[in-house]
Design a binder for this molecule. Sequence first.
Ligand SMILES: NC(=O)c1ccc[n+]([C@@H]2O[C@H](COP(=O)([O-])OP(=O)(O)OC[C@H]3O[C@@H](n4cnc5c(N)ncnc54)[C@H](O)[C@@H]3O)[C@@H](O)[C@H]2O)c1
Length: 408
Amino acid sequence: MGAGIAHAAAASGFVVRTMDTDPALVRKAYDGIKARLDDRVKRGKLPAHDRDATLANLKIAESMGDFAKAEVVVEAVPEKAELKTRIFGELEKAVSDRTLIATNTSSLSVTKLSAAVQRKDRFLGMHFFNPAPIMKLVELVSGEGTSDQALVDARAVCAKLDKTAVKVKDSPGFIGNRVNRPFYLEALTLLEQGEADVASIDAAMRDVGGFKMGPFELLDLIGMDVNLSVTEVVFNDFGKPARFTPSKIQQKLVAEGLLGRKTGRGFYTHDEGEPKPAYQAALKDTSGWKPSEPFKAFAAALDKDADRATWLYARILLAVMNEAALAADSIAIPRDVNITMELGFNYPEGPLATADYVGLDIVQKLLAEFYSQSNQDERYKPNPLLDRHVKDGNLGEKTARGFLYHAL
Ligand SMILES: NC(=O)c1ccc[n+]([C@@H]2O[C@H](COP(=O)([O-])OP(=O)(O)OC[C@H]3O[C@@H](n4cnc5c(N)ncnc54)[C@H](O)[C@@H]3O)[C@@H](O)[C@H]2O)c1
């Protein structure tokens, strides 16, 4: 991540000084950047002078003293709180009072990390997405002591980086890693309940939802273990709410070492040829399934068939949308929640925008149906923000206001 962030910053005109445990590691990372840029020049994708300008901005820091005048220092060392806090203590002594000290942590509390510095007002999270030179989003995470000025300054840095900044209060998973949990967990629940097999659920998300990849294809790509550990962090740090309970199916695959592409098998085979489903679901008999009235209204609003594929999509989308609305009611503004899922997680459209398009009254009724059918599983409990909007007549695009504003 450090190399990616350095690359993105240098390409945007920042003079970058990078430090690792050994300067040779920075040189190696810079060689990697140079190789990638050379390749793009060779393929006619990048003018040679842009490559040269980027490379000229990449310098090696020999000591913390080289950060003395930095506008911002982004820490991207391994995800270990003791290591990070030790570095922040040293760093603060070396930098100016105006320097922003930012952590790229994905899962640690920014407020807890800020205990290591005196100037808590200049400390925040700047959570980049991988690969940093390409992904357009940065989550700006404010700890309890982070000042508004620091957020304004960090936003200006993101603008220079040509990245969209979203603001979020320090909380487990920030926006993206929290709101995206049900994308996997609900798919895993559908599998566990025998509602459909792996390939059908993936196909529903691609064909009905317009996602590039389905949840199981993504789990295999990311790594089953990497994804499970994010779920565990969010589950534990929120105090183990039922809706984030890690999936038994996923835990079993991790225990068996079936981690996805990197081990040649996960939910699919990845040895030779096209991936084939490798997980045998115990399917229930769905031949008597009939679409309910709330579901028919949902499918009609999206101009989709009221069939099983759309129903699978509805189950996953509504679980994600419900979490997005909870986040939009507590840690970030709705627009930022929505855009995080588009820019950070490649959603074809943010879940709150889709809910507004469908109509919040329709979404609420279908969620209520899932809620009662599941013996009141909290993941489908219509969230308070949704209920308030429906009560106030803010039904989405058709009333020009829902989770988002749609008035011209
Ligand atoms: N990998 C991702 O997709 C991703 C995405 C967003 C955020 N993050 C976060 O970014 C951070 C780094 O993750 P990563 O995947 O790049 O880790 P990594 O292990 O690949 O890289 C960490 C780097 O830090 C260096 N390092 C270790 N101790 C150091 C020290 N004392 N001083 C200076 N450098 C030191 C290591 O040599 C290594 O080059 C973590 O906090 C992680 O949660 C990762």
